[in-house]
Design a protein around this ligand. Structure first.
Ligand code: FPP
Length: 243
């Protein structure tokens, strides 16, 4: 029997840790950056498939706060790839009614990358079919630290009372303020860790780890992840009987 996805159980928010570009390149005897280049094809596949099946939010971990410590050449190439991909993909985003969004400390990006990103975000802001969020210079601890500072400032200035600090208020002070919690978190390449990605937002996410290296990740792999997700029972702390 052909495996099929259940239409009314499509995750509303999928987040992906795209891992394994370097290992993919090494296996082919290529420079690490060749893996990142090839990784853009997998990005396109994930975006297309998510949009096709009605995922409302797709968030990709494209560059972490820790990635700045990589060799200069690799960082430079990743930033160049970001600019060229944004330029290249803008028409596709428009055609498919996809809004681009980003989370992270964008002030640390090179001017050119930030300008291109802001331009595509602005040009696609009215699109409604899906939101594609790139996590860039993103680290969850940095995000949480920033949230605590912003809230504390308001408490200090008597703009907020302590008992007004709720989950919803915390959400409002995160980079992801306008996004729902993550339903499904995928990590490729066989590593099974979170690496400082969306720690608050994955509180009830289903985790899915697969061995495929990111440059080899194709629509069928995303299908498998969602198929597996749909078989799980999400209890949010309740019992099976209560659901
Ligand atoms: C992790 O693989 C991947 C990254 C740090 C960068 C992800 C970037 C892309 C997929 C390409 C550009 C993306 C966009 C959105 C234009 P790794 O280098 O850590 O792999 P390794 O663990 O095998 O070394």
């Amino acid at each position: 029997m052909k495996k099929q996805l259940i239409e009314n159980k499509i995750p509303e928010h999928i987040a992906i840790i795209m891992d394994g570009n370097g290992r993919w390149a090494k296996k082919q005897g290529l420079l690490r950056v060749a893996g990142h280049e090839k990784g853009t094809i997998a990005v396109r596949e994930a975006v297309e498939f998510s949009a096709e099946i009605g995922v409302k939010n797709l968030t990709l971990f494209a560059f972490s706060t820790e990635n700045w410590n990589r060799p200069k050449f690799e960082v430079k190439t990743l930033m160049k790839l970001l600019v060229s991909s944004l330029k290249k993909e803008l028409p596709t985003l428009q055609k498919n009614n996809i809004r681009l969004n980003s989370v992270g400390n964008l002030s640390t990006l090179p001017d050119k990358a930030r300008a291109e990103l802001e331009e595509v975000i602005q040009k696609t802001q009215a699109n409604t079919h899906m939101t594609l969020t790139l996590a860039l210079s993103y680290g969850s601890r940095e995000e949480i630290k920033r949230m605590v500072r912003r809230i504390s400032e308001k408490v200090k200035n008597n703009q907020l009372k302590l008992d007004e600090i709720t989950d919803a208020l915390i959400n409002q002070h995160l980079y992801t303020f306008d996004m729902p919690d993550v339903d499904l978190l995928i990590r490729t390449s066989g590593e099974q860790r979170i690496s400082n990605f969306l720690l608050w937002q994955i509180a009830y996410a289903e985790l899915y780890f697969c061995d495929v290296l990111w440059p080899d990740f194709r629509k069928e792999h995303l299908f498998d992840a969602i198929y597996n997700y749909q078989k799980r029972e999400r209890r949010f702390g309740k019992t099976s009987e209560q659901l």
